[in-house]
Write a protein that binds this ligand. Structure first.
Ligand code: B12
Ligand code: SF4
Length: 568
């Protein structure tokens, strides 16, 4: 029986469930585990490398680094573990080289980036071993065979690759673990010791994978690889999840639970059982991330709300049906409409993720989205800019449209694509979209004008100066109808930098009394009328009603490609 090993996980983000699971698994086998968290506030690509190296941030960082290096050396690790998303890959490589030199330990890299481009990572001198796929069992076997491998024996462990004498030894693509209930709960204590504030929100996943393959998402890379092993979307049992949550509640007393599944509650039967037991046995407010295909069922939203749901983050990305098709989004606009209506009805706080930079999208698509969000008024519209990650199918579309060139692929696969998903991403001419970015972010501070499906049944009242004629309303209806159908609307003025029109809303001329230098708002209708696309069409008008009825679903509601029990 080989001796227990000393394992150090080096991690740059605040909490990683993957690391938590791996640490817990190997600790349950008797190995000693250290977690070193580099509290890098810049890891999330808010700041570019050159700014990170500035005298102020650089000095602070190097002090933290020296301290952590001492801790690692004192621990005398046998194995240094790095969990790599593409944005962290370069940082992990540099850190691994330093730590290897300081400790003499073996380095192993795993995570999404490694699984996506193992052939490249295998050439990296900072990396001794690569772990493809979900690495709990593979890591345990590496620890068992580490001494033999160091003396020249081969490793025959599924998913573990290495380079020896210039040759790359490959052992397949590793595992998508099917029996999730058999995994020990993630080692939260390691993170909470470092950052106690994390314990206020206990994060968990009730599943792994997703049945869909949106072309900008890692699932589109993973599903084709792992589907042959069984299901890619794998669901933990309600028993197992409730056991973790009751244990977590007793141990850490969190204020909230946050479910970070790719798509939470994919099965209706599961969610109903979960919601009932959660209320009875856990009863702590919770938030989750999911998709509209799940929230499209009133019963699902209702039972989650009754169980204590306080916030949902829901992916939308685009509301144009054609765009949705081009990136393989699963939901139709009708399903979005249903999901938002139910969340409004049950007063669930929700945040939608909207993507800027989808190849081929135009101003009309953003106007359409603004109108749609205005109608339902999600609590937050978060904008994420499209950024290309290795092997994603959307790269083909970007190349087709001339957004990416062959030589960009190497930068993407080597983690050198420094575009920020928060600002600009890889969008060509990104400045053109900044106005929309602003409008999405501030939508909730603009007057609420929606009616159907929205939280407020009465739109804010204009103070009488711009009561519109039915002709004006009909003309707006036509404008909106054009937007629904994805056509660009005609003859609008614009909000600066957005092309979002001022339209025909307030026909009353501005009062001429407002002199230069006075607030430009003075003398105007007090209810800002500029954003006509956000102004509802009068609900009494039949034309308007027709214009606002979402078009029929382009994709028939039904199960996802990999999961028959998926809630349509
Ligand atoms: C929660 C989450 C976050 C959290 C926590 C981040 C984190 N790194 O865990 C937050 C909100 C901070 C975050 C931020 C971002 N994220 Co994020 N995030 C996720 C999400 C939804 C879940 C991660 C998770 O917990 N998975 C479950 C665990 C069990 O799986 P795992 O982490 O992959 O680990 C397993 C294996 O990979 C392997 N493994 C992993 N590491 C190692 C190491 C060793 C040594 C071994 C042996 C094995 C091994 O074994 C683990 C256990 O089975 C994933 C999607 C997903 N489901 O993976 C995206 C994902 C990781 N994020 C992604 C991205 C792009 C980002 C952001 C840039 C923002 C954005 N645009 O989405 C930032 C970047 C932050 C950063 N620098 O890390 C991408 C990464 C794509 C890529 N090629 O790198 C993913 C895959 C989603 C996607 N868009 O496709 N994210
Ligand atoms: S539905 Fe969500 S998690 Fe699933 S593939 Fe699409 S973006 Fe990824």
């Amino acid at each position: 029986m080989p001796s227990p090993k000393r394992v150090t996980f080096i991690y740059r983000n605040y909490e990683g469930l993957g690391v938590g699971y791996l640490a817990s698994y190997v600790r349950s086998l008797g190995h000693q585990v250290q977690l070193v968290l580099y509290p890098d506030p810049w890891s999330d690509t808010y700041v570019k490398q050159k700014d990170k190296d500035s005298p102020m941030t650089g000095r602070l960082q190097s002090r933290v680094n020296r301290q952590l290096l001492r801790e690692i050396v004192d621990f005398r690790p046998d194995l240094l573990c790095f969990s790599t998303v593409t944005d962290d890959y370069r940082w992990c490589s540099e850190t691994a080289l330093t730590l290897k030199a300081a400790t003499g330990a073996v380095t192993v890299f795993g995570g999404v980036h490694v699984t996506s481009v193992p052939e490249r990572v295998a050439l990296n001198p900072a990396v001794d071993l690569l772990a493809l796929g979900e690495g709990e069992r593979a890591l345990a076997q590496v620890l068992e065979q580490l001494d033999d491998w160091k003396t020249g024996a081969d490793l025959k462990i599924a998913g573990i690759w290495y380079r020896r004498d210039g040759e790359i030894h490959q052992n397949g693509k590793g595992e998508a673990i099917q029996d999730l209930d058999n995994l020990p709960f993630p080692a939260k204590d390691l993170f909470y010791q470092r950052l106690p504030g994390l314990a206020r929100t206990y994060t968990a996943t009730t599943s792994r994978g997703c049945p869909y393959q949106c072309t900008y998402c890692y699932n589109a890379v993973m599903l084709p690889i792992y589907r042959s092993q069984g299901k890619w979307l794998r669901q933990r049992s309600v028993d197992n999840v409730i056991e973790e949550l009751t244990w977590a509640k007793k141990t850490y007393g969190p204020r909230h639970f946050l479910f970070m599944d790719d798509v939470f509650a994919s099965s209706k039967k599961w969610v109903e059982e979960f919601a009932q037991r959660y209320k009875r046995e856990v009863d702590v407010p919770f938030a989750l991330i999911t998709e509209a295909v799940v929230l499209n069922k009133e019963e699902t939203v209702r039972c989650l709300k009754e169980a204590g749901l306080v916030n949902v983050q829901v992916g939308v990305q685009t509301v144009n049906e054609e765009s949705k098709k081009s990136i393989d989004r699963p939901e139709s606009r009708q399903q979005l409409h249903n999901a938002f209506t139910f969340m409004n009805k049950y007063k669930v706080h929700y945040q939608v993720d909207h993507m800027l930079g989808i190849p081929g999208e135009t101003d009309a698509d953003q106007r359409l989205a603004l109108e749609f969000y205005n109608e339902y008024r999600p609590d937050i519209v978060s904008v994420f800019w499209l950024k290309y990650y290795p092997k994603l199918p959307i790269i083909d579309l970007a190349m087709e449209k001339g957004i990416l060139k062959a030589e960009d692929l190497e930068d993407i696969e080597e983690g050198r694509n420094e575009a920020s998903y928060l600002f600009g991403g890889n969008a060509p001419e990104f400045k053109k979209w900044l106005g929309y970015n602003f409008l999405f972010g501030w939508l909730n501070f603009l007057p609420r004008t929606g009616s159907r499906g929205s939280r407020s049944s009465s739109p804010p009242r204009c103070r009488g100066c711009c009561r519109r004629s039915s002709a004006a309303r009909t003309s707006e209806a036509a404008t909106t109808s054009a937007a629904w159908s994805g056509r660009s609307s005609t003859s609008r003025g614009s909000w600066p930098g957005t092309g979002v029109g001022s339209g025909p809303a307030c026909r009353r001329p501005r009062r001429r009394t407002a002199s230069r230098g006075q607030s430009r708002a003075r003398g105007r209708c007090r209810l800002p009328t500029a954003p006509t696309p956000l102004t509802p069409i009068a609900s009494s008008s039949a034309a308007a009603r027709a214009a606002r009825s979402p078009p029929p679903a382009s994709r028939p509601p039904g199960p996802g490609p990999d999961e028959p029990d998926f809630v349509p």
